[in-house]
Design a protein around this ligand. Structure first.
Ligand code: FES
Ligand SMILES: [Fe+2]
Length: 381
């Protein structure tokens, strides 16, 4: 697993915080970390979580805090069925959070242990990630238990959004993932991700592109629900990885979508060959985030080295972003005023407008999409 460190010196850099978007799914960790009988911890939106996999294979996520006295449940025990608190031994069924046993109760006690609940979050496994649904604070309980959810909560109108998933176009593919912690808030992580103008400076390398190859680009964007799409087009002729795809001599189509709260998907298709990636920027806390990339492809399926090569390109690429954002975080500590300029920063403006619309819609306001229809943007990169 190629986790990269947050700061060169190991010192956490505290930058400005931002508003968080709740009622959505976020990737907590790679499920390869969920070993039988073991608990793992993660942090999402400032919420400490403990995750595991029941012996029947289901993954779960609980707030890492015992409802009795608040000790982290992660320091307790897990036998594949119940999580046992280390302090007084209360046992919890981890998908529902329901307390199954309180060892101190005796025959005189009237207390029904099963009415006590640890906070369980809906948790689903996709593409090797444990995705956790984080409801807005105070919005009531969302059971982590799928069966319970279909009854009571669906009737209450608490239908959850679909769990995000990487698009795949056939049963045979290779895949890879990587992650990097970023010492800035999720907004800076996201606008850094969608910013086209930093490419020739941050990512200049012999195998990618050089400053000298900067040229004028025209891109078409269109609105999609809670996001926008960079419409299918022939990819940049000056990018080496795209040239690799061109060997099939067929037109190459690329679609890049951004959708709230934090997801960028990129799909490249050329006849029956495809490459697909899902990049998310997840708020770990209100002032820090983590970038996760998972990709799958059937390009060069029979060439064994392609996975290693793709991982090398991807990791180096994300590392360049990470180093730049660590440097940026030094500057942001002093809360400077910032600029968004046309047209290269237009997608960043749309992101802020979409986020604002989601926050207002949650308060009951009627909102409109920042893109009224398809638009063309021009920049040099
Ligand atoms: S603190 Fe967990 S059982 Fe008492
Ligand atoms: Fe970048």
């Amino acid at each position: 697993m190629s986790f990269l460190t947050t700061s060169e010196t190991g010192v956490p850099i505290q930058g400005p915080t931002t508003t968080l978007l709740y009622d959505d799914w976020y990737p907590a960790l790679r499920t390869a970390r969920l070993r039988p009988g073991k608990l793992a911890t993660a942090m999402l939106l400032d919420i400490p979580l403990v995750l595991g996999r029941r012996s029947d294979g289901r993954v779960f996520a609980l707030r890492d805090s015992c409802p009795h006295r608040g000790i982290p449940l992660s320091v307790g025990w897990f036998d594949g069925q119940h999580v046992t608190c280390k302090y007084h031994g209360w046992e919890f069924e981890p998908c529902s959070g329901q307390c199954a046993r309180i060892p101190s109760l005796c025959s005189h006690d009237r207390l029904d242990a099963t009415r006590i609940l640890a906070t369980a979050f809906p948790c689903e496994e996709r593409d090797g990630y444990a995705w956790v649904f984080i409801p807005s604070p105070g919005s009531g309980r969302r059971s982590g238990d799928a069966e319970r959810r279909t009854g009571q909560e669906l009737r209450a109108g608490h239908e959850l959004r679909a769990v995000p998933e990487l698009a795949k176009f056939g049963p045979r593919f290779r895949s890879a993932f990587l992650a990097a912690d970023l010492p800035c808030n999720v907004d800076h992580g996201i606008i850094g991700l969608m910013d086209p103008a930093h490419g020739p400076f941050v990512h200049q390398a012999w195998w990618w592109r050089t400053r000298g190859s900067i040229r004028e680009k025209t891109k078409r964007f269109e609105p999609i629900p809670e996001g926008f799409r960079m419409s299918a087009h022939a990819p940049s002729g000056n990018s080496a990885p795209y040239k690799l795809l061109g060997v099939y001599g067929q037109p190459v189509e690329t679609t890049i979508d951004f959708v709230l709260p934090n997801r960028r998907t990129e799909i490249i298709r050329c006849a029956e060959k495809w490459f697909s990636s899902l990049t998310t920027v997840t708020p770990v806390t209100a002032s820090t985030c983590r970038i996760d990339v998972v990709a799958a492809w059937n390009v060069f399926y029979h060439v064994p080295l392609v996975k290693t090569i793709a991982k090398f390109f991807g990791a180096k690429f994300v590392r360049q972003d990470q180093v730049t954002m660590i440097q940026q975080a030094q500057g942001l500590r002093h809360n400077p005023s910032l600029m968004l300029i046309d047209d290269a920063d237009k997608p960043a403006k749309w992101y802020f407008a979409l986020k604002q619309a989601r926050l207002e819609a949650a308060r009951g306001a009627t909102t409109k999409h920042p893109l009224e229809g398809p638009v063309e943007l021009h920049w040099r990169s």
